[in-house]
Design a protein around this ligand. Structure first.
Ligand SMILES: Nc1ncnc2c1ncn2[C@@H]1O[C@H](COP(=O)(O)OP(=O)(O)OP(=O)(O)O)[C@@H](O)[C@H]1O
Ligand SMILES: [Mg+2]
Length: 723
């Protein structure tokens, strides 16, 4: 763990104050400071947070763990400034420690953990009070762990409560069955075994809100009712959905009985890094943003014995492969390979770190970028900021090993990734002296790509520069491609290869996670907990078809949650004859209709295909049918864009490439070409058709989740939101 975490948006630094023996306890207090915060102020903050009285009898000590050196900070010393002087490579050796002093001001070394014990005692007393063993301390609204317990709620009040709780490091708050989570963007000492034990088989109301309580409820409900459970995680990009999925998986694994025969637990741990390497990337909002949706199901036999898992993925954002917006990067795997591999190994796959690769251009805009590949200002607070590609590559290799990717497959994956990088550098120019005929600018890239893919170079060239057309009854002739067409063909080939690789990785992960038993009776008795970690709402400077689909999925989830929070709850009150004041809520079904209504919905208009149809005619159609209605707006200044009024705000979408991305068709001859590869790995991964209409993936995810909810029954529904 790093001792320092720099918040990107202001000059705030996190100081972590440890108990003395930090090797045996993970208890640590994190204090937000500036360069001017004094040691005395840090001590006061820590002791106040811990609830231990008389902060004056403590001092802050800087400790060098390995050398055993300690240096007591004077009251006016500035801890942040000291911390900034710690050598980067030895940061983990330095700690700040809180030490107790006696009346004379000397540090007491006996019972050095006493502040820690006192803090434990205070928190135990609080626990006991909450259980009714001690008189409860009076809770103010701002301490209220469940918004439903507040008598009069308004939007401002909710925000105020969440803010006040957040400032006290209480990042979780319930709203009945829903858990609201606010991303702290800092280390929180609440995910350790102590908390795992604390939140096992406990009533939700007994403890502070916690993500572990959600996993605990889902698990126990599943075991008791023998019904599948589903946890939906939704929120904006960077709000902490994937992190929440990790916590839920880990806690579910702690709750269940393990089967030593299957090793599924290990496999689940390995699946994360593999999927993230291929499917995550740095975006403007999140350095490790999931660029695909996933529905992870953990299977258990009736008694709660872990039996297996499976993961379904949706809508990989393939366009990122060939183009990234400023401040964004390609999928992590490309940088792991390029900057994590030795120059000698790279040479074998025709790569080198000094070449400017078109598909990675955003990153390599500055030529001699260091191996620490995440250096832009927005990466400073990310977990990747201090890690380098070799370490990430090593982690990926380990994970692939755990998942059973044999060494040969790993090598083939890296060769394919290299081929895709090099494909991006195949550019075209007009042949001199001949009209409209193209040739490849630098044949060496074509040679490398063909060798890496195990294909005949001449056939690849032909595919990239020409296409076959039908003349009439069975007659065929060859047409030279125009420059734009040749580029599009090259990019389509890269995307098809990457999608195939991603699909192969997912199915290999699933094979490793699958239930191993052949006992059909046991299988039929198994249940699962499903975790839906699907793209958050997105609104970038430029939004395209991907954001259009992602925000459609978000609208659906929003609709589902509104329905359950307000509509069905009120119906239940009505059925039970209760009197209540009708709650007015923003129903977003109009926005869903805008997308999906038969004949006039935007999806139906995108599918329309008539001679001369292009993105301009599509935008005109959109404007003509929906112009300036409640959920649709034209742009103020004339541009190739339209706006949708979503539940989370108005988003402007650029119409460019909408039709192409919707059809996402790959030329049949390209697929046929790749299938002729001499590499059995490449042949294997393209055996399934890589062409897919992306939005159906999104729809499938939603329908599946809805179905799971219905099965689980409303009463057992667990919803989880993160904002
Ligand atoms: N509970 C938490 N405690 C500390 N840090 C957190 C927590 N949750 C999230 N983070 C930090 O926030 C970052 C972004 O979180 P995460 O990747 O889970 O977001 P996301 O909602 O999945 O975003 P996206 O939709 O872009 O995939 C993480 O890399 C992590 O550093
Ligand atoms: Mg994510």
């Amino acid at each position: 763990m790093n001792n320092i975490k720099i918040m990107a948006f202001d000059a705030t630094y996190m100081i972590h104050v440890h108990p003395v023996d930090c090797s045996t306890s993970s208890v640590v207090e994190s204090i937000s400071c500036t360069k001017r915060t004094t040691a005395a102020e840090v001590v006061a903050k820590v002791t106040r947070k811990l609830g231990i009285e008389n902060g004056l009898s403590y001092v802050l000590v800087e400790m060098h763990k390995d050398r055993g050196e300690e240096m007591i900070l004077a009251q006016s010393d500035l801890p942040v400034q000291r911390m900034l002087l710690w050598p980067t490579q030895f940061q983990h050796s330095y700690k700040f420690v809180l030490r107790e002093t006696d009346e004379s001001g000397s540090v007491m070394y006996h019972g050095a953990n006493s502040w820690h014990e006192k803090a434990e005692r205070v928190s135990t007393e609080r626990d006991m009070a909450s259980k009714g063993f001690l008189p409860p301390s009076k809770l103010s609204d701002s301490d209220c762990p469940d918004l439903c317990a507040i008598s009069s709620l308004s939007q401002n009040k909710i925000l105020e409560i969440l803010r006040k709780r957040f400032l006290k490091d209480k990042i979780y708050t319930y709203s009945a069955d829903t858990l609201i989570s606010i991303n702290p963007y800092k280390f929180m000492p609440i995910y350790n075994p102590k908390y795992m034990t604390l939140y096992q088989n406990r009533r939700k109301e007994d403890l502070e809100p916690h993500i572990y309580a959600i996993a605990d409820t889902a698990f126990n409900t599943m075991v008791q009712t023998k019904q599948n459970q589903c946890i939906v995680i939704t929120g904006k990009s960077g709000s902490g959905k994937t992190q929440a999925t990790h916590f839920l998986v880990h806690h579910s694994l702690a709750l269940c009985q393990k089967s030593y025969m299957t090793g599924v637990e290990n496999m689940l741990t390995g699946a994360g890094p593999v999927l993230e390497a291929f499917g995550n990337a740095q975006t403007e909002h999140n350095n490790n943003s999931s660029r695909f949706g996933k529905f992870l199901k953990i299977h258990f036999y009736g008694s709660g014995l872990l039996s297996g898992a499976d993961v379904q993925t949706y809508l990989l954002e393939k366009s990122r492969l060939v183009h990234q917006e400023p401040n964004e990067k390609n999928f992590h795997i490309f940088y792991y390979l390029l900057y994590g591999t030795s120059p000698e190994e790279l040479k074998e796959i025709y790569l080198d770190q000094n070449t400017n690769y078109n598909y990675l251009k955003q990153l390599l805009g500055v030529k001699a970028l260091s191996q620490k590949w995440c250096l832009s200002s927005i990466t400073k607070c990310s977990k990747h900021a201090n890690t380098d590609a070799p370490a990430e590559l090593e982690r990926l290799r380990q994970a692939m090993e755990v998942m059973g990717f044999y060494i040969g497959a790993q090598r083939s994956i890296f060769r394919l990734i290299a081929a895709i990088i090099l494909l991006g550098n195949i550019t075209f120019k007009m042949k001199s002296g001949r009209d409209e005929t193209l040739e490849i600018q630098d044949e060496s890239y074509l040679t490398s790509v063909s060798l890496l893919l195990g294909l005949d170079k001449n056939v690849v060239r032909k595919c990239l520069l020409t296409r076959k057309a039908k003349a009439g009854a069975g007659e065929r002739f060859v047409l030279s491609l125009k420059l734009e067409e040749a580029r599009a063909t090259r990019d389509a080939m890269s995307k098809a290869l990457y999608q195939s690789l991603f699909d192969w990785a997912v199915s290999s992960v699933n094979m490793a996670l699958a239930q191993k038993t052949r006992d059909t009776k046991l299988k039929s008795q198994s249940q699962w907990i499903g975790l839906l970690d699907i793209f958050g709402f997105e609104d970038f400077v430029k939004n395209s078809f991907e954001q259009f689909c992602i925000n459609y999925a978000s609208e659906h989830l929003q609709h589902y949650c509104i329905k359950h929070t307000f509509q069905l709850e009120q119906e239940e009150y009505r059925a039970e004859g209760l009197t209540w004041k009708e709650v007015d809520y923003a129903d977003n079904s109009g926005c869903l209709l805008l997308y999906e209504k038969k004949i006039t919905g935007l999806f139906h208009l995108i599918d329309e295909n008539f001679p001369g149809a292009n993105n301009h005619t599509l935008l005109s159609q959109f404007n003509r049918v929906h112009g300036n209605t409640r959920y649709y707006d034209t742009t103020v200044v004339k541009e190739d864009a339209f706006m949708i009024v979503h539940y989370a705000g108005k988003v402007k979408y650029q119409i460019k490439d909408f039709r192409e991305k919707n059809h996402d068709q790959v030329r049949e001859d390209l697929i046929t070409l790749v299938r002729t590869s001499q590499s059995s790995f490449i042949q294997g991964i393209v055996s399934k058709s890589p062409a897919a209409v992306v939005r159906w993936g999104v729809l499938r995810a939603i329908v599946r989740a809805m179905f799971a909810f219905k099965n689980a029954g409303k009463k057992t529904l667990r919803k989880f939101f993160s904002y």
